[in-house]
Write a protein that binds this ligand. Structure first.
Ligand code: 13P
Length: 247
């Protein structure tokens, strides 16, 4: 199914100081001057969320976090809860990014618990899934990704606003992207898994991994691609806006 309203979300990862919020403000200003029908969000490092929410207030750019703890509060030194993100002004949160699954040992069960925490806090989760190159080369990509969908999406999501982001690990930050055929095959498999599991026939399924102004239109035109999760190219307003306009 083609979705007419796309969701274009930037993930700044561990990049950005206060001065860089000028880029986010430039996105806000450009969208005020020439509005888009698409949803647009930027997920900032936790340190910038409150200031970003303040500076983007009243505009079309939704503010998100990049991770949250599964607990609402407690003795978890260095962690940030979903409730804290919400309190700081976020409405979205990325959970289960491959950089957290691989670098911080997050399991599907951990991700599912974070999704539940996000929902309790009133945040819209963007749940990431994606296979490694070894898994794809072994012919296991669909099995791995649909397994992540099953394990990372709790029953609590039924009827709730959320998104899934398919991010092949080998396409992140590499400049490599899957073929349109590979994207179509995977998004169709994710849709089937979402419908079977949660009856989620219209939940946006974003594609992420080396999306840039040149390849965005082609990727976003693929069946069941409901938007994009953009890393590097979301740091500069002009590049990010070009992706928003390509959708
Ligand atoms: P890049 O767009 O830099 O490849 O990153 C993708 C990503 O991981 C977004 O979450």
């Amino acid at each position: 199914m083609k979705q007419s309203v796309k969701m274009i979300v930037g993930n700044w990862k561990m990049n950005g100081l206060a001065a860089d919020l000028a880029q986010a403000e430039a996105v806000k200003t450009a969208l005020a001057e020439a509005p888009t029908a698409n949803r647009v969000g930027l997920c900032f490092p936790a340190t910038l969320i409150a200031q970003a929410a303040w500076r983007l207030k009243g505009g079309a750019v939704e503010v998100g976090g990049q991770d949250c703890h599964a607990a609402a509060s407690g003795a978890f030194t260095g962690s940030v809860s979903a409730k804290m993100l919400k309190d700081a002004g976020a409405s979205l949160v990325i959970v289960g990014h491959s950089e957290r699954r691989a670098g911080f040992g997050e399991t599907d069960a951990d991700v599912a618990a974070k999704v539940e925490a996000a929902l309790r806090a009133g945040l819209e989760p963007i749940v990431c899934v994606g296979e490694t190159l070894e898994e794809r080369d072994a012919g296991r990509a669909v099995e791995v990704v649909t397994g992540q969908v099953a394990g990372s999406l709790p029953e609590a999501l039924r009827g709730q606003a959320f998104a899934v982001a398919y991010e092949p690990v080998w396409a992140i930050g590499t400049g490599r992207t899957p073929t349109v055929h590979q994207v179509a095959e995977m998004h169709a498999a994710i849709r089937r898994a979402l419908v079977d599991r949660l009856g989620a026939a219209t939940t946006p399924i974003l594609y992420g991994g080396s999306v840039n102004p040149k390849n965005a239109a082609e990727l976003l035109a693929v069946d069941e691609v409901g938007g994009a999760l953009v890393g590097g190219a979301s740091l500069k307003a002009d590049d990010f806006l070009a992706i928003v306009r390509a959708a």
